[in-house]
Design a protein around this ligand. Structure first.
Ligand code: UD1
Ligand code: CA
Length: 476
C-alpha cells in the first residue's frame, strides 16, 4: 500500500443527538482524547497524503479541539444537505481535482478501529481490485446498523439502513461497520446520483454500493473477526463500553511490554502515557495524560497521575498528582496532593497529608507530614518538621520561600514568604518566621513557656482534669 495515493475522510459533522449533551459527540473523551482524536491519531499512523475532517455541528468547537494536535488535517464544512453521502461528497470535492487514489472513509465516533486493522483492510481492498470495499461484521444484535444484503453468489448487493429495511432485511446479522475504501473516481461518479428519498431524508453514503453494482462492477466486503473494532458511540452507555474496551487494549499493550498491572479492571491508562518495564501498577489507579513512569517504580493503589513524570524505583501510593516530577527512588504518599510545578528530587519524600505546588524539593529532602509547600525552592537534605507551612499568599500576591541545604524546621513552623532560610538553619517548634534566617542560625519566635501552678484545680474544680491533676500531685 502506498500512503501517497491515499486520502482519509473522517466524518464528524453530526450532532450526536442521543448523547443528550452540550458537547458535540465526537469531542467526548476516552483514553485521554476526544473520540475523533483517536480516529485522527490512527489516520496519522496510516500516513495518508490527505486527511480531511468533515464538520458542521458546533464546527468551531470541533476545529478548535483538534487543530493544534492534528495540524495536517484539513477541515471541510458540510452544508445543510444532511447525510453521510453529502459529508463524503464535500470532502471529495475538497481534494485536489487530479487525486485519483483510494479514499478511506472513517467515522469520528468509531475510535476502536486501529491502524493494523485498517492497514489490512486497505490491503484487502487493493488486492481485490474492486472499486469499493466495505468493512462488515457479523453480530448478535444488529439493531441500529445498516444491514449488508448479499446476492445469490454471496457478493455484496447493497446496504439497507435499519429504518428502510423490510423484516427479512432487518433479520440479517451482517452489518455495515461504516468504514469503507473507495476509488476517488468511483465517489466522483456516483455521489452526484444519490438522492434523499429514504426514511431519514438524508443522502446516504450507503447507496453507493448499489450504484456500483448497477453498472456491473463489484463491491468487496472485508468481514472483521474482532467485532469490537467496529463499535461506534451513539449514547453514554456505549461511550463507557467503548472507553472500557480501549482501556483494556492499552492495559494489555503495557502488560506485554513488561509492566505489572495487578488489576486491569480498575486501572485506567490514557493512550499517551508511557510506562517502562518492571513498573508495577496497583489497583484503582489512573495514569493520565502524557504521564511517564520509569523502570521499577510502583504506583498505587488509589492514585491519579495527570501529566506526571515518575523516576526509577520511586514509590507513589494513594496520591493525587498533576504536572509533577517525582525523582528516582523518591516516595510519595499516602494521601499526598501534588499540584502543578512540584519537582521532588531523587530519594526525596512527600508524606501523608502534604500538599505541594510550584515547589522544587531537592535531593533527599523530606516533607513527611501534614504540610503545605507552595512557591518554594528547597535545597538538599532538608527536613520540614510535621505541619510546616509556607504562607505564600499575603491576600494580594504570592511570594516565594527559599530554603537552603540541610535546613531542619521544627514542627508547626510557619514560613511567611517572601523569606529565606540559609543553609543548615533550624527553627523552633511553632516558629512563625517572618524574617530571613542566616545560614546556621536557630530561629525562635515563640515566647518562653510559663507554667501557672495549680491553675486547673483552682479554676476547674470538680472536673475530671482537676481530679486527675490532684491524684498525680498527691502521688508525687
Ligand atoms: C451509519 C451508516 C450505517 C452503519 C453505521 C455504522 C449511513 C447512512 N449509515 O449509520 O449503515 O451501519 O453508520 O456505525 O451512512 N455524519 C456527518 N454528516 C452527516 C451525518 C453524519 O458527518 O450529515 C457523521 C457523524 O458525525 C458520524 C458518522 O457520520 O461520525 C455516522 O453518522 P451516524 O448518524 O452516527 O450514522 P449511523 O446512523 O450510525
Ligand atoms: Ca453512528
Amino acid at each position: 500500500m502506498t500512503a501517497d495515493n491515499l486520502a482519509i475522510i473522517v466524518l464528524a459533522a453530526g450532532q450526536g443527538t442521543r448523547m443528550k449533551s452540550r458537547l458535540p459527540k465526537v469531542l467526548h473523551r476516552i483514553g485521554g482524547r476526544p473520540l475523533v482524536g483517536h480516529v485522527l491519531t490512527t489516520a496519522r499512523a496510516l500516513g495518508a497524503q490527505h486527511v480531511e475532517v468533515v464538520v458542521r455541528h458546533e464546527r468551531d468547537q470541533v476545529v478548535k479541539a483538534l487543530r493544534d494536535d492534528y495540524p495536517d488535517a484539513v477541515f471541510v464544512d458540510q452544508d445543510d444537505i444532511p447525510g453521510t453521502g453529502r459529508a463524503v461528497q464535500v470532502a471529495v470535492d475538497a481534494l485536489p481535482a487530479d487525486f485519483d487514489g483510494d479514499v478511506l472513509v472513517l467515522s469520528g465516533d468509531c475510535p476502536l478501529a486501529d491502524a493494523d486493522t485498517l492497514s489490512s483492510f486497505l490491503d484487502e481492498h487493493r488486492a481485490s481490485g474492486a472499486p469499493a470495499t466495505l468493512m462488515t461484521a457479523v453480530v448478535d444484535d444488529p439493531t441500529g446498523y445498516g444491514r449488508v444484503i448479499r446476492d445469490a453468489d454471496g457478493g455484496v448487493d447493497r446496504i439497507v439502513e435499519q429504518k428502510d429495511a423490510s423484516a427479512d432485511e432487518a433479520a440479517v446479522r451482517e452489518i455495515n461497520a461504516g468504514m469503507y475504501v473507495f476509488r476517488a473516481t468511483t465517489l466522483r461518479t456516483y455521489l452526484p446520483e444519490i438522492g434523499v428519498e429514504n426514511a431519514q431524508g438524508e443522502m446516504y453514503l450507503t447507496d453507493v454500493p448499489e450504484l456500483v453494482r448497477r453498472d456491473g462492477d463489484r463491491v468487496a466486503a472485508s468481514v472483521v473477526s474482532d467485532v469490537s473494532v467496529t463499535y461506534g458511540v451513539n449514547d453514554r452507555a456505549q461511550l463507557a463500553e467503548v472507553g472500557r474496551l480501549l482501556n483494556a487494549r492499552i492495559v494489555r499493550r503495557w502488560q506485554l511490554e513488561g509492566v505489572t498491572i495487578v488489576d486491569p479492571a480498575t486501572t485506567w491508562i490514557d493512550d499517551d502515557a508511557v510506562l517502562a518495564p518492571d513498573v508495577r501498577i496497583l489497583p484503582n489507579t489512573q495514569i493520565l495524560g502524557a504521564t511517564r513512569i520509569a523502570e521499577g517504580a510502583v504506583v498505587g493503589p488509589d492514585t491519579s497521575l495527570v501529566d506526571c513524570e515518575v523516576g526509577e524505583d520511586a514509590v507513589v501510593r494513594r496520591t493525587d498528582a498533576t504536572l509533577a516530577v517525582i525523582g528516582a527512588g523518591a516516595t510519595v504518599g499516602p494521601f499526598s496532593y501534588l499540584r502543578a510545578g512540584t519537582v521532588l528530587g531523587a530519594k526525596g519524600k512527600i508524606g501523608a497529608y502534604v500538599e505541594t505546588k510550584n515547589a522544587e524539593i531537592g535531593e533527599g529532602s523530606k516533607v513527611p507530614h501534614l504540610s503545605y509547600v507552595g512557591d518554594a525552592t528547597i535545597g538538599r537534605g532538608v527536613n520540614l518538621g510535621a505541619s510546616t507551612i509556607t504562607a505564600n499568599y499575603d491576600d494580594v500576591n504570592k511570594h516565594r520561600t527559599e530554603i537552603g541545604d540541610e535546613v531542619h524546621t521544627g514542627s508547626h513552623t510557619v514560613l511567611v514568604a517572601p523569606v529565606r532560610l540559609g543553609a543548615g538553619a533550624k527553627t523552633g517548634a511553632g516558629a512563625v518566621v517572618r524574617k530571613d534566617v542566616p545560614a546556621g542560625a536557630l530561629a525562635m519566635t515563640v515566647a518562653p513557656q510559663r507554667n501557672i501552678e495549680g491553675w486547673v484545680e483552682k479554676n476547674r474544680a470538680g472536673t475530671g482534669a482537676a481530679d486527675a491533676a490532684s491524684r498525680e500531685r498527691a502521688a508525687e
